[in-house]
Design a protein around this ligand. Structure first.
Ligand code: NAD
Length: 351
């Protein structure tokens, strides 16, 4: 018998090639007139283009977004927003840039208009993260959910092939876990399955032809669905494990998700058969775990934790940390079970 909770996320989404043109009118729609534009230093050029595009509606550019939102960066951005009298934030970039706007919104309630340029999906979630003294804290707060998101695939064609592959696998991970998370529900499951289908179909083309706008559009559509899945259904073993590996051993975010995902799926396969059927169907394969591994391999993405720089001598400790705090997972999380999973992921074995 069905039993579930479904919480809708109140955000407005504009999708399509060239939709960036609507940014000024979307700002007006929110009643905002002075935007602090945020970017990374690598994407400073597009940040400046955004300032130019907004003209008098731009208060300035803060181009110091970095991975995992260090508290010092968050403070500096918050002060800049205050100093310039900004009444909204416009982000152009991936999860790191969206994350910085969320850190501002958390204390100021400034509305966020997000223009995502990767497949991370943060723009669709009320999840914030802040790193202080090497420890990342995350939380949920409705105030940090972007009010408006403009998905313009034209901005993703510059994403390097390998970032596209791993960022896309990161989004597929959001979809896979949403299918067996505690808060899984029929609407999000439909979106998650469709998200995997869209990403798995488009990523091989994106990696071969980064300028293919049709494939970019399909991948970004999948990433939107992955973001909804992450925000609405919560997560389980895979995301907790990647959080541990990233936080404790400083492994890169999207690459770690890519390596761990097939092994997390294999770990949960027998305990979540319906979810695995959906994943396999979306991938067009017989087995979810094998299909995920084969997709990552076909994209030329990293397949082993060893390849990401993890040391074999850290695997015992990592398994201990990951099994320390109890959390929901379809198959109970045991230290020995995680240790075996990590060994497979370390060696990059096909599940
Ligand atoms: P990122 O935002 O760190 O971007 C990686 C690099 O690629 C940056 O230098 C960026 O400027 C560059 N880049 C981004 N888009 C580009 C493009 N189109 N062309 C050229 N260069 C481009 O990477 P990410 O994977 O998007 O985000 C990772 C971060 O987001 C992590 O800190 C992760 O924890 C966080 N995250 C948070 C959530 C959430 O819901 N809160 C969800 C997913 C990820």
């Amino acid at each position: 018998m069905r039993s579930f909770v479904y919480q809708m996320m109140p955000s407005r989404v504009i999708f399509g090639a060239g939709c960036l043109e609507k940014l000024p009118e979307e700002m007006e729609r929110l009643g905002a007139s002075k935007a602090l534009v945020l970017s990374t230093v690598e994407q400073r050029r597009i940040g400046l283009e955004m300032v130019e595009r907004l003209g008098a509606r731009a208060a300035g550019l803060f181009d110091r977004a970095v991975m995992h939102v260090p508290i010092e960066t968050a403070q500096a951005a918050r002060e800049e927003a205050k100093r310039l009298g900004a009444d909204c934030c416009v982000t152009v970039g991936g999860g790191s840039t969206t994350g910085l706007a969320k850190a501002i919104a958390l204390v100021s309630e400034l509305p966020i208009l997000a223009v995502p340029t990767t497949y991370a999906g943060s723009e669709m979630t009320p999840i914030w993260g802040l790193t202080e003294n090497g420890r990342k804290t995350t939380g949920r707060d409705a105030r940090v959910l972007p009010k408006t998101v403009l998905y313009d695939p034209c901005l993703t064609v510059t994403m390097p092939a390998m970032l596209s592959a791993t960022s896309g696998m990161n989004s597929i991970a959001h979809c896979v876990e949403a299918l067996y998370a505690q808060e899984a529900n029929p609407i999000v499951s439909m979106m998650a399955e469709e998200g995997i289908r869209a990403l798995a179909g488009s990523l091989p083309v994106v990696v071969k032809e980064p300028g293919n706008l049709e494939a970019r559009s399909e991948a970004l559509y999948g990433a939107w669905l992955g973001g909804i899945a992450l925000g609405a259904a919560g997560m389980a073993l895979h995301h907790k494990l990647c959080h541990t590996l990233g936080g404790t051993y400083n492994l890169p975010h999207a690459e770690t998700h890519t390596v761990v995902l097939p092994h997390a799926a294999a770990y949960n396969a027998a305990a979540a058969p319906e979810a695995m059927t959906r994943v396999a169907r979306a991938l067009g394969t017989g087995s979810a775990a094998e299909g995920l591994y084969d997709l990552a391999a076909a994209l030329g993405a990293p397949l082993s934790l060893a390849g990401l720089g993890m040391k074999a001598s850290d695997l015992d400790q990592a398994a201990g940390i990951a099994a320390q705090n109890p959390y929901y997972n379809p198959r109970p999380v045991t230290r020995d079970g995680i240790r075996a999973l990590l060994q497979n992921a370390f060696e990059g074995r096909r599940p």
